[in-house]
Design a protein around this ligand. Sequence first.
Ligand SMILES: [Zn+2]
Length: 120
Amino acid sequence: MRRCNVCGREKVDKKFKHRNKKTCLSCETIWWRQVLRSMVKERQLTPVERLANRSGYMGSAFLMLSPYLLPFDGLGAYTYLVGAILSMPQVWVAKQWNIVALNFNLLVGYGIYIYKMTIG
Ligand SMILES: [Zn+2]
């Protein structure tokens, strides 16, 4: 027995399309809900996407931290590089090429910054 998330009634498991479904079949087969469902692709994240997402969150944390660390002997520049490298897989897997370009620009820009800071 499970509770439908639309009508709120308790129903037996065979009244649901599969075990992960939260909406019962009778609520799902309403014509306007079928129209809405036809517009959404049902899928789960692959292991690569999950791993890339976790790495992306860590990279974002480094990127958020970086501006505050820049005054401390340019420590922020290194965290910018780490953040860009960590968040690259997520945007690459999701094919968000504008963010890939942005991260690549971070790598090049702060790479030059660190090079000038240490060498010249
Ligand atoms: Zn229902």
